[in-house]
Each structure stands twice: as structure tokens, then as C-alpha cells.
Design a protein around this ligand. Structure first.
Ligand SMILES: Cc1ncc(CO)c(N)n1
Length: 232
């Protein structure tokens, strides 16, 4: 039924196809037990603090990756890519706010960010970011990765803000940080960029982007696991 309708309306986007094909992995990354525990208010606070410390390190490593996407966007010559630069630059500005937010949030919880040792899953994810920042990685692949990384957080934390949730008052700020509508629109803009690139790209490039998409989802699952593991 659904398929027939799509044929009438037009073809399904590349990203939509992936989301269907890899639905279980995507759900694993965006509906993780750690996220459920924030959503229902049963979260273990030492897990939350551990996540906060580790995510601060991740975000610091994320910034040079986003800068690399910005550089790639600036070299795109096609006319339809001219707005990409502004969207990505907006993302960089938001990351500056985010770093300040981490510092504020850490002091609220009595967490020190100055001497955090990155855990294995975090190091692994940061190394993936480093590889993806390389000039050899095509803009399509990098833009897809960027979209996926932001979207996992957006989808996860927006889930925590749904009406039937029971997020503790002092964790609402965190959920809003990534779950708010503005961040949702930003992720939609990143999706538009990635999708446009994917539609124009070669089969080979599209395949590479799909592999990276899956790699990111798996790293996100491991990142959530890491936050819970030592504290269950
Ligand atoms: C692990 C991780 N993934 C995605 C984001 C989104 O910025 C983040 N802050 N941390």
C-alpha cells in the first residue's frame, strides 16, 4: 500500500531509505536505556555526571570536525550549495554556546571538567571524527556524518520532552539543549544539505556515506553504554 503511494508521489529520499533499512540500529541509538532513564526520571545521577564529563570531551573534538565540514562547504562550487556555509557556521556558533553550557552545567552538578580522562568508547568515537575531518573525505560523506551526529541527540532528547515523560526538573535544561524546536530545525537543514549531496553523488560515494552513517549510530550506542556501564 505504502509503496504504491510513494510511486505516485515520487521517489523516497536516500536518507529515508536508510532510516527504514537500518531502523533497528537507529532506534538503538535514539531510544537507548540511558535516554529512557532520563525520560522516566530513574536515571542514576553518577551516570548522568559521567555522561556530562565525557560529552564535554566529545564536543571539543567535534568542533574541528565541524570546521572541516565548513571548509569543504566553502569549496563547493554549485549554486545550490551557497547556503550550506551559513547553516554550518550557525552550527559552529551553537557549539560555542554549548561549551559554555557544559561548564555551567558541570558546576551545577559539582563536576570538574579540567581533568577528565576520556573512556574507551569516547576515544574511539573521537578517532572516527578525526578520520572524517581528513581532506580526502568527500563533502557528501562529511555532511552526512554531521547530520547523523546531531540528529541522534536531537531525536533522543526530543523524546525526553514528550508529554508523557517524567524528566526530573534539574535535567530538563539538558533535554531542551538538544530537544528544542530550533535544534530540530537546524537538524532538518543539515538533512537537506546531506540529502542534496547524496542525490547528486556517485553510487560509490553514497555507499561510503551509508557505511559512515551506520558507524556513527554504533558509536552513539557505545557512547550511551559507556555512560551507564560503570554505574548500573
Ligand atoms: C556523543 C555525542 N553525539 C552527538 C552530540 C551532538 O552534538 C553530542 N554532543 N555528543
Amino acid at each position: 500500500m505504502e509503496r504504491k503511494k510513494e510511486e505516485e508521489v515520487g521517489k523516497v529520499s536516500v536518507i529515508e531509505t536508510w532510516l527504514r533499512k537500518h531502523r533497528l540500529v537507529y532506534i538503538g541509538a535514539t531510544r537507548h536505556p540511558f535516554i529512557h532513564s532520563i525520560r522516566d526520571g530513574t536515571v542514576d545521577l553518577s551516570s548522568f555526571k559521567l555522561w556530562l564529563e565525557q560529552d564535554y570531551i566529545f564536543v571539543r573534538a567535534f568542533i574541528p570536525f565541524v570546521a572541516s565540514v565548513l571548509i569543504k562547504a566553502s569549496k563547493e562550487s554549485s549554486a545550490d550549495a551557497c547556503d550550506d556555509l551559513e547553516v554550518i557556521l550557525g552550527g559552529m556558533v551553537a557549539l560555542n554556546d554549548e561549551l559554555n553550557w557544559f561548564k555551567k552545567e558541570a558546576s551545577k552538578w559539582g563536576v570538574s571538567l579540567s581533568n577528565v580522562t576520556p573512556k574507551k568508547a569516547n576515544l574511539k568515537y573521537c578517532r572516527l571524527l578525526e578520520r572524517l575531518a581528513s581532506p580526502e573525505v568527500e563533502y557528501t560523506v562529511a555532511a552526512t556524518a554531521f547530520w547523523a551526529i546531531e540528529t541522534v541527540y536531537q531525536d533522543s532528547f526530543a523524546h525526553c520532552l514528550e508529554e508523557d515523560s517524567n524528566v526530573p526538573e534539574d535535567l530538563k535544561e539538558t533535554c531542551k539543549r538538544w530537544g528544542n524546536d530550533g535544534f530540530g530545525q537546524y537538524c532538518a537543514a543539515l538533512q537537506t544539505i546531506a540529502e542534496r549531496c547524496l542525490e547528486k553523488s556517485s553510487e560509490d560515494e553514497r555507499k561510503k556515506a551509508e557505511v559512515v552513517f551506520l558507524d556513527i549510530l554504533e558509536n552513539e550506542v557505545e557512547f550511551w553504554n559507556m555512560s551507564q556501564k560503570d554505574h548500573v
